[in-house]
Design a protein around this ligand. Structure first.
Ligand SMILES: [Ca+2]
Ligand SMILES: [Ca+2]
Length: 313
């Protein structure tokens, strides 16, 4: 028989192992002194300066690197477990600017990095610039909800969320930084209807969305021309639906985030999104880190066997 202590240990272990932390591992080479920030937080806590592996949450929107060149060659190289690498898409500047590492900092005016070789990057002043600050947006995070049942599409591909059985509760979503179109199919099963979404790049559900009651071929893909689709109506605070018929039971809404010419469809940026919510629920192609949770659970299981053996004696 398991005694009460053993049951408590097992239960605690199971609760902990369910919460599997999903992180992105970043390998950094910096010549020579490094500071590394994820969403404004200094995450290089162990102070390694040459080639640390750093774990950051997969809810991270912006990473920022300061690299101070002291001797020998200059350059920095970053490799992320989700496939992102240092390249010309990064923005690099040679002067310290107030708030440069914060998520909300507008780096539009910063020049793109120059690629020295491979994935080694620096400022255009290479190799003379000795203090270099680089940034990159790595993901869009946000909250999505639908009254009542949602299918969410990112550039035409359905976004699978392990906890999406009840989309009425806002769910955290993490989508690629270069997402062009978000599409939402929402089925109202009873009572009020609506779709609500807000993203860390400033995109929110509004009358600028296009909503229709018919799923035309390719409606959720970037190439689809939605010029003939009606604009959404805002039915209540931030919630949208098709115009004209509140009784419509299935609607299809879409929003272009980046058009084909690469222009942002909105000038607003950096709306505050709670970034720490429920990251463990998200499916992710990034390396899943099962750390302390598993260790604690394993200890629990060992203790249970120990207690059982003791009881048997
Ligand atoms: Ca160096
Ligand atoms: Ca409803």
């Amino acid at each position: 028989m398991l005694n009460l202590t053993a049951w408590i240990i097992v239960f605690t272990g199971l609760i902990l192992v369910i919460h599997v932390q999903s992180d992105i591992i970043v390998h950094i080479n910096c010549e020579d002194i490094l500071n590394f920030y994820a969403n404004g937080d200094d995450v290089n806590r162990n102070g390694e300066t040459k080639s640390p592996n750093i774990s950051i949450p997969d809810t991270t929107n912006v990473v920022a690197v300061a690299c101070h060149q002291k001797e020998g060659p200059a350059g920095m190289k970053l490799t992320f477990s989700n496939g992102i690498k240092s390249d010309h898409l990064w923005r690099c500047y040679s002067h310290l600017v107030e708030g440069w590492h914060e998520t909300s900092f507008n780096d539009d005016a910063w020049p793109n990095a120059i690629v020295i070789k491979g994935n080694w990057i620096w400022t255009a002043g290479y190799p003379q610039d000795d203090r270099v600050y680089c940034r990159r947006h790595i993901a869009i995070t946000g909250l999505a909800a639908c009254d009542n049942i949602m299918n969410l599409y990112v550039d035409g591909v359905e976004y699978k969320n392990g906890n999406a059985s009840d989309w009425y509760e806002p769910s955290t979503i993490i989508i690629p930084e270069d997402t062009e179109v978000v599409g939402i199919k929402c089925r109202n099963t009873e009572g009020p209807a609506g779709i609500k979404l807000s993203l860390s790049n400033g995109i929110e559900t509004s009358a600028s969305w296009k909503c229709y009651n018919t799923p035309e071929e390719g409606w959720n893909e970037p190439e689809f021309n939605d010029a003939n689709w009606p604009n959404a109506v805002v039915v209540r605070d931030g919630w949208i639906w098709t115009p004209g018929n509140p009784q419509e039971d299935i609607v299809y809404c879409r929003k272009v985030i980046i058009d084909r010419t690469g222009e942002m469809s909105t000038s607003t940026k950096a709306v505050e999104i709670p970034s720490s919510t429920e990251a463990g629920e998200m499916p992710s192609s990034t390396g899943a880190v099962i750390g302390v949770d598993v260790v604690i659970c394993a200890i629990g299981i060992v203790l249970v066997f120990f207690c059982r053996a003791k009881d048997d004696n």
